[in-house]
Structure formats: C-alpha cells, structure tokens
Design a protein around this ligand. Structure first.
Ligand SMILES: Nc1ncnc2c1ncn2[C@@H]1O[C@H](COP(=O)(O)OP(=O)(O)OP(=O)(O)O)[C@@H](O)[C@H]1O
Length: 379
C-alpha cells in the first residue's frame, strides 16, 4: 500500500463528509494491517483499527471483540469483527484487507469512488470506514449464492431487476467505457512477462500474443457496430458476488472491485459466463429461453411479459457478442495474476480455459452478430 493509495482513501472519506447525501459517516484511519499475519496475531491490530475508526468503541475492553475469517477470497482477505457493546448489542462489521499486488488488476481509486455512490443508492454493504490497506463495511446477513442458484427463474429475475437498477446509478467522473482500455492495459502487461518457474515459463511461451492481439482488434471492431449502451457496470457478477436473505427475499450485489462504466452487454454476457461456476463448465451457459427470461426482467422489471421482441433480440445479440470480450478480459487477467498473485492457484490454466472457450464460441457469436447487423435476424 503506497502513500498515494492512503491519500486516496483519506480523500474519499473527506469528500463523503462534505456531501451528506453520500455515506456521511465514513471514517478514516491511517493504520495498516499486515496481510501476512496469522489470525491470532492480526486480531489485536484489527481491534486497534476498529477503536481508531469508531470512537464509541475506543474505551471498550478488548475482550468484547471477536475476529474471524469470512473468506480468503481470490483477491482479498475478508474478516468479520464483532463487538459486544455496553448496551448488550452485538454489532458486526467486515474488515477487508486488499491482497498484495492487486493494484495491477484493480483500480482502488475507481473502486472507492463507486462504492460511495453505490452504497448510497442501496447497493452492497454500507461503507463505514477506510484505512491504509483496506476498508470496513457493514456485515450482510445473507447467504452467498452457488452457481446453480443463478439460473433459478425467481432468482434470475431478481438479479436482472437489480442489475437494471444498478446500471441506472450515476457515478461522477468520466463515462468512457473501460472495456477496451482495460483489455489493452492487461495485454501490455501480460505480453511481456517472464516466469522464474520453468513449467510456468513453458506454458507461457505457448501463448501467441500476436493471435490474441488480432482477436482483440477483430472483436472490438464488431462490438463497436452494435452501439451498445454504456452504463455503470459491475463487471464481475459471479455467484460469490451475489448474496440473498431468503426470509426477507432480498438480493445483494456485492464487491465492486471491477466496477466501471462499460457496455451493458458486457456485464450481462460476463454474468452468463459465470453460470459455468468455479469449475468453468461452460456447458452450463444459459440457453436462449433462460436468457430471454433474464432480458425480460432486465428490460421491463415491472412488466416483463410486455417487452417488444426486437428489444429482446438486440440484447441477445449484444450480450452474446460481449460474452466473447469477457473471455478475453479474464483470460488476460489470468496471465497477470499468474505472475503477480501470491495465491496458489493455476492462473495460467485459467487463461487457457477462458481463451479456449473464446475460440469455441467465436464463430457462432460472430455469425449471430453479423446476421443481426445485416438485418437477417437471429434465428
Ligand atoms: N459485507 C459482507 N457481509 C457478509 N459477507 C460478506 C460481505 N462481503 C463479502 N462477504 C462474503 O465474503 C465472500 C468474498 O467476498 P468478496 O467477493 O467481496 O471478496 P474478494 O476477496 O473480492 O473475493 P473474490 O476475489 O473471490 O471475488 C463473498 O462471497 C461473501 O460470501
């Protein structure tokens, strides 16, 4: 965590204080927590952080605090800190420690800016505080979805409805879609790596960056013809980033690390790719009926059965063309992670899974888009 990021965190808290319509009680602390500590060693530091951020807890005895791990996450460490207040109330918050080297693939400044506005619009956990290398948010009492939940008609309709609302949130700043900017940044980084591990280097050498470059150019050109609307997109809507409280029937979209202005079809196509789950079983990609169900609830949440066919068809083409861009994006992300991430995961294999699926789907999706653009429809 460099000085610039700490400064950014402070600035966000400052700005939020000045604008009471946003989360007016975002606190800030300059403390940092060493990501590599074991939980017992980390606990006193987390308590110190909580006390520094929330003055009402500053005098409480340490024995009133408990700290546990919620998730190792692929990119962060997420902890739950609970406090027994003097009134007898139990209050829980999450403490997120950014993973080492995640700044290569995540723009933290962009993330904090988005969280402020999305959390004020009722999305995700409430942002309570920021510190040197992470943030504190409200704890959500809900279960995390598993991949098969996402295709259940009732849940799919609710995801579509919430995603539509999400896409309507306005985040100040540039509205330029980030997809090709991010892909080109990933490409620049991914194409000049060297691995100390000889097996990784051997696999890396099998990648043709010339071929990937040509694919990027070709796909960018084709998607450009679709005139897809640009919205503030989540960009990483996998089951782990969806939570539901079954009793209250409330769905939560969480984790806005990759959020940015982007093409509507990218967010939806990317979500459909996630039906494959953590095992990347792409035979689980939603069929046309499942997609149409989603589109109806996305396009007209209050009147899903009245959506004109031409609007559904346009979104079908858009989503299934940008679905290819999602494969390229995460394939390149995988190469960078293979080099930068301390997490023991076969990211190079992940590159091949995503890129091979791109190649498998390319012809069908290109044909769909081209026949739609030439006016001969999608059937
Ligand atoms: N505010 C919250 N309250 C309760 N649980 C949460 C909260 N935020 C996240 N979680 C749980 O922790 C898991 C990981 O969270 P999140 O996706 O934000 O972390 P991450 O490190 O970015 O993970 P990944 O890189 O795998 O997406 C979620 O799937 C969810 O189960």
């Amino acid at each position: 965590m460099g000085a610039v990021e700490i400064w950014n965190a402070m600035e966000v808290a400052e700005e939020a204080r000045e604008n009471p319509n946003l989360s007016s009680d975002i606190r800030s602390s300059s403390l940092t927590v060493d990501h590599s500590l074991s939980l017992p060693h980390m606990k006193p530091r987390i308590i110190e952080l909580c006390k520094d951020l929330f003055k009402k807890w500053s005098e409480l005895d340490d024995s009133r605090f408990s700290v546990e791990t919620v998730s190792g996450g692929i990119t962060n460490l997420l902890l739950k800190a609970s406090v027994k207040e003097e009134s007898g109330n139990d209050v829980s918050v999450t403490v997120r420690l950014y993973g080492p080297n995640t700044e290569y693939v995540i723009n933290r400044e962009r993330e904090l800016q988005a969280i402020k506005y999305l959390s004020a619009a009722g999305f995700g956990a409430k942002l309570l505080g920021v510190f040197g290398n992470g943030m504190v948010q409200s704890f959500i009492n809900a279960r995390t979805l598993i991949e098969s939940d996402m295709r259940k008609p009732k849940i799919a309709a609710e995801i579509a409805k919430q995603l539509r609302k999400f896409h309507e949130v306005e985040i100040p700043g540039s509205k330029e879609p980030q997809l090709w900017i991010d892909i080109s940044k990933f490409f620049e980084k991914a194409s000049v790596l060297e691995f100390d591990d000889s097996e990784k280097q051997r696999m890396y050498k099998m990648i043709s960056f010339k071929e990937i470059h040509d694919e990027i150019v070709e796909l960018k050109e084709l998607t450009g013809l679709l005139n897809a609307p640009v919205v503030f997109a989540h960009n990483d809507l996998l089951c782990g980033n969806l939570m539901v409280n079954d009793e209250e029937e409330k769905l939560y979209l969480i984790d806005f690390e990759y959020g940015s202005y982007n093409y509507r079809g990218f967010d939806i196509g990317n979500h459909f790719n996630e039906y494959a789950g953590y095992d990347c079983d792409y035979s689980l990609y939603p069929n046309k009926d499942e997609q149409y169900h989603f589109f109806r609830h996305y396009l007209q949440p209050d009147n899903p059965l009245e959506v004109p066919d031409k609007d559904i068809e346009a979104l079908y083409v858009e989503s299934n063309t940008y679905m290819l861009a999602s494969h390229l994006y995460w394939a390149l992300w995988g190469i960078i992670q293979a080099k930068m991430s301390p997490i023991d995961f076969d990211y190079l294999n992940y590159f091949f899974l995503r890129y091979n699926e791109y190649k498998r789907q390319k012809e069908k999706s290109f044909l769909l888009a081209r026949s739609y653009l030439s006016g001969s429809g999608t059937r």
